[in-house]
Design a protein around this ligand. Structure first.
Ligand code: AMP
Ligand code: MG
Length: 493
């Protein structure tokens, strides 16, 4: 192939693109090209994400797609770019950050942004290499699709491609690229960036852009005397509250809830040292770099509120009145507890609310924490108990059997009026059998680093439909092995 032909070669993914974020103007982004990686290979892919994007059925057949999604070949119709944002990291203002290794290809006509994470340096890399390692890319890919399978709002992942190119972290590793998909990757930090730099015109343009596309009702609701920016803050607070309720109910610990890792759409975003709880320990810290436990599991709802407060401060020049801004945040304090209670009620198979439900929820969580009972297994066994009436498997999880039996009695009494089979059905749909436990991810990563990608695919298939039984896959739904507690996941990725 001649040099000229190579230079003009493009991959056609079969998608139609439109100009989205770049319409905001050059203050918000830098156009650039991904940096190629040698000899890419497929590591994992999600057909569900491909369908959502509208890719043709044979999308993976062409080498040019593999190249393009590794950043080695331009995608027809796109003009890639990286965006600028700032943020608070671990409670401290960190100044300018930005897409240091994520490069946006563009937005499809269907309104989905497609981004390559790990595709090379950008003006926002701050001295880092712009790469992502295979292990963290597999974790992000699997967890994105797992969260979607659980019904939890999240950015999606189309695929992971790998390369044997070396990437240096604590030890030498290899590079990978995750193709992420979301209606928007805008973070709280994007707003903080323009507010901190007193660039009110850009701040307003960004808010208008997000409101018009994602929160149009804020323009017409009568809330806050027609102050659309206050209504926007309230809507973001509510979505964030609903998201946190889902995290807490399923036992998900994000690990790095910095304001630059908070989605303006209330999506789970930026999977780093996350963890699904094994034994129920509310004080669990999943990020090895988080010595103080700022992002411990039970801190998450408060941290989200703290982050929303940062967003409120950033939006203050637009809202124009501190009291209104504070009022717009208020809804978090009612939406989070009511959403959380609703989610927990669903886990208990309760279709409606009744007095005493909160005590029932608090009672069971107290029992779980006292003995660090495996969170996912407990709820699944309780669901099974509702279906077959056998209390043994769930009771066996407790040393304090009397304590559990007492709780189970009040639980059964609460269910006395409604058919148990209905409750069991809904419990099976609220209590997953499969979650992406650290050790499962670890096993898939170890196989993948030996070029065996079958475990990634197997795990994905279970996690896409985590509420189903999947006969023969019980090994993926069991207790974690002893070595699981020795896995250390830090911010290094
Ligand atoms: P995180 O908390 O991991 O989402 O990342 C915080 C900031 O560091 C973001 O601006 C990232 O884009 C940037 N970053 C993280 N790792 C890298 C890397 N290897 N190269 C360039 N930028 C990075
Ligand atoms: Mg981030």
């Amino acid at each position: 192939m001649s040099l000229l032909a190579e230079d003009t070669a493009v991959a056609d993914l079969g998608l139609r693109w439109k100009l989205g974020f770049p319409t905001l103007g050059p203050a918000f982004l830098t156009e650039l090209r991904p940096t190629p990686l040698p000899d890419p290979y497929w590591v994992g892919h999600s057909e569900a994400a491909a369908r959502m994007l509208g890719l043709p059925a044979d999308w993976r057949q062409s080498d040019s797609t593999l190249s393009a999604l590794t950043g080695n070949l331009p995608v027809a119709g796109t003009q890639p770019f990286a965006t600028v944002y700032s943020g608070h990291q671990f409670g401290v203002w960190a100044g300018q950050l930005g897409d240091g290794r994520a490069i946006m290809l563009g937005e499809t006509e269907g309104g989905l942004e497609v981004q390559l994470k790990g595709a090379g340096r950008t003006p926002y890399s701050r001295g880092a290499d712009g790469r992502a390692v295979l292990r963290s890319s597999i974790r992000e890919f699997l967890c994105s699709e797992a969260m979607h399978g659980l019904g939890i709002p999240t950015t999606r992942a189309l695929c992971v491609t790998g390369s044997d190119a070396r990437v240096y972290r604590e030890v030498p590793e290899t590079a990978a690229v995750v193709t992420r998909v979301a209606p928007s990757f805008i973070r709280f930090g994007h707003f903080e960036h323009f507010a901190a730099n007193q660039r009110d015109a850009e701040l307003r343009a960004l808010a208008d852009y997000v409101i018009d596309r994602h929160y149009p009702a804020c323009r017409t609701t009568g809330r806050f005397n027609g102050n659309a920016y206050a209504a926007f803050l309230e809507a973001v607070s509510e979505r964030t509250a609903a998201l946190l309720a889902q995290w807490q109910a399923v036992g998900f610990c994000h690990g790095v809830m910095n304001t630059d890792n908070m989605s303006i759409l209330g999506l789970t975003i930026d999977y780093g040292p996350f963890q699904f709880l094994d034994g129920f320990d509310p004080r669990h810290i999943c990020n090895h770099s988080d010595a103080s436990g700022r992002y411990a599991f039970n801190q998450q709802p408060n941290v989200a509120y703290w982050n929303l407060f940062c967003l409120a401060q950033a939006l203050l020049p637009l809202i124009g009145d501190q009291e209104i801004a504070v009022a717009a945040l208020e809804s978090y304090k009612t939406v989070f507890p009511s959403e959380f209670e609703g989610r927990m009620r669903a886990k208990l198979g309760l279709a409606d609310a009744a007095e005493g439900d909160r005590a029932l929820i608090e009672g069971v969580l107290k029992l779980l924490v006292a003995e660090k009972v495996d969170y996912t297994i407990f709820w699944r066994r309780l669901s099974q108990h509702m279906a077959d009436g056998n209390a043994e498997p769930v009771g066996d999880l407790f040393l304090d059997r009397a304590g559990f039996d007492a709780w189970l009695l009040s639980f059964s009494q609460r269910h006395a009026q409604a058919p148990r089979s209905d409750a069991a059905d809904s419990m099976f749909k609220s209590n997953p059998k499969y979650v992406l436990r650290n050790h499962l991810g670890q096993q898939a990563i170890e196989a993948a680093s030996q070029k065996d990608f079958s475990a990634v695919a197997t795990l994905l298939a279970l996690l896409e439909t985590p509420f189903e039984e999947h006969p023969g896959a019980d090994a993926y739904a069991g207790f974690p092995p002893d070595w699981a507690t020795t896995i250390e996941i830090s911010c290094s990725s």
